[in-house]
Design a protein around this ligand. Structure first.
Ligand code: PLP
Length: 394
């Protein structure tokens, strides 16, 4: 069974580029850990995901717009890629499924896999493992949102918890489990196969955006903003968008929680030489409602892509993220988690929006926001609703 959306996306791209063969995927060389993913790898990933056996199918998530949201962004033409509607509730299913399909092709999935994750990667890998019949163990923080823990548990994954506040290393724990149990480690972002899988979100955006304009041509520059933690999603999306619109046709920005904006600060270093860590060091030393965006510093592989492709980074506060959760609900009828709403918060913030739109030399035709996930606990959703309610009554 084929995912029609991804298949159409590939077909459209193949038509533009003189043909990309979906059936050619099995002859693709396995990417070495540490090699840099390319736009070509993202297209191969889309073909592989499209041909995954049911029920392991990515959802073609909609690219939404709303006059009320445009108004909230002072007339910018905003498009929201609703990855909160992806299988498992976040874009993470794309990369997790792609990594598992690659391991299966290489005959390396038999003893199961292990992952460390603040939540969504764990939940997505658990879901993809259940869909493909692969045994999954996940290492999650003991303060992970209940919604994400439950999603992983429901999908049948074995759960192991670690403490962020005591500075326990999830990387060491994951590597130890992989060694002792013979499982393959599926990293949350610093893996070329995972990045290529996440990039399929960007392929869809390019196709959906083009289809939204007469003649299939976007009449101006595209600016895109993507939430970042380790930088896998924004790396994959930027590879896809820069190929689809040309390097001059698109600016890609990342959005992070204020104080945990390691990408923004690293991107601001002249020459982008440094891969800076968060000021407080270890993951979790600073807290944020954007629990999905707490990686201590950009990944090594993701940074090699992002330092070369991103226009810059933007920081959003928890209150701004909550207001974006409220706006998504009010204007788009979407449920987002705060981390999943970080890019929308950057688009709604006058300063950050000005930076994005102002830095573009040509007129901007579309401001694309990736709404990356919707696995929110009810108590946090209540906070967002309360702010929405108070905003309306004031
Ligand atoms: C909802 C959501 N958005 C964005 C991200 C950032 O992804 P990446 O680590 O690839 O930057 C994550 C990571 O867990 C996430 O769960």
């Amino acid at each position: 069974m084929f995912n029609k959306g991804l298949l159409d996306t590939l077909q459209a791209l193949g038509d533009e580029r003189g043909g990309t063969s979906v059936s050619g995927i099995h002859s693709a060389p396995v990417m070495a850990q540490g090699s840099l993913p390319t736009a070509e790898d993202v297209r191969r990933a889309a073909a592989r995901l499209a041909s995954a056996p049911a029920p392991a199918q990515c959802v073609l998530t909609p690219l939404l717009s709303s006059p009320a949201l445009d108004e909230a962004c002072e007339g910018a033409r905003v498009w929201v890629k609703a990855e909160c509607l992806q299988r498992g509730g976040s874009f993470k299913y794309r990369g997790a499924l792609h990594a598992l399909l690659r391991l299966r092709e290489a005959g390396r999935d038999g003893r199961g896999v292990v992952a460390f994750s603040s939540g969504n990667h764990a939940a997505a890998l658990a879901r993809a493992g259940a869909d493909l019949g692969v045994n999954v163990k996940v290492v999650m923080p003991d303060d992970a949102p209940a919604a994400k823990v439950e999603a992983a548990r429901r999908a049948g994954a074995h759960l192991v918890f670690y403490s962020r506040s005591r500075g326990e290393s999830r990387e060491e724990l994951g590597a130890e489990i992989a060694r002792v149990e013979g499982r393959e480690l599926v990293k949350p972002f610093d893996d070329p196969e995972v990045i290529a899988g996440q990039g399929t979100c960007g392929l869809e955006i390019a196709r959906q955006l083009k289809e939204s304009f007469p003649g299939g041509t976007v009449p101006g520059r595209v600016v895109a903003v993507v939430p970042a933690s380790g930088g896998g999603l924004v790396a994959g999306v930027s590879l896809a968008l820069r190929e689809a619109f040309g390097e001059e046709g698109v600016d890609v920005w990342c959005a992070e929680p204020r104080g945990l904006d390691d990408h923004a600060r690293s991107l601001a270093v002249p020459g982008r030489e440094a891969r800076l860590a968060n000021p407080d060091g270890a993951e979790g030393a600073k807290t944020t409602l954007c629990d999905a965006l707490m990686a201590p510093q950009p990944g090594e592989i993701t940074w090699q892509v992002n330092r070369a492709t991103l226009a810059g980074g933007l920081a959003v506060s928890d209150d701004e993220a909550l207001d974006a959760v409220g706006a998504a609900l009010a204007h788009l009828k979407l449920v987002l988690e705060p981390g999943g709403a970080a890019a929308l918060a950057a688009a709604m913030g006058p300063e950050s929006r000005k930076r994005m739109l102002g830095s573009s030399h040509a007129p901007v035709a579309a401001l694309v926001v990736v709404a990356s996930g919707g696995n929110i606990d009810p108590a946090v959703l209540a906070l967002a609703l309360d702010r929405l309610q108070r905003g309306r009554s004031s």
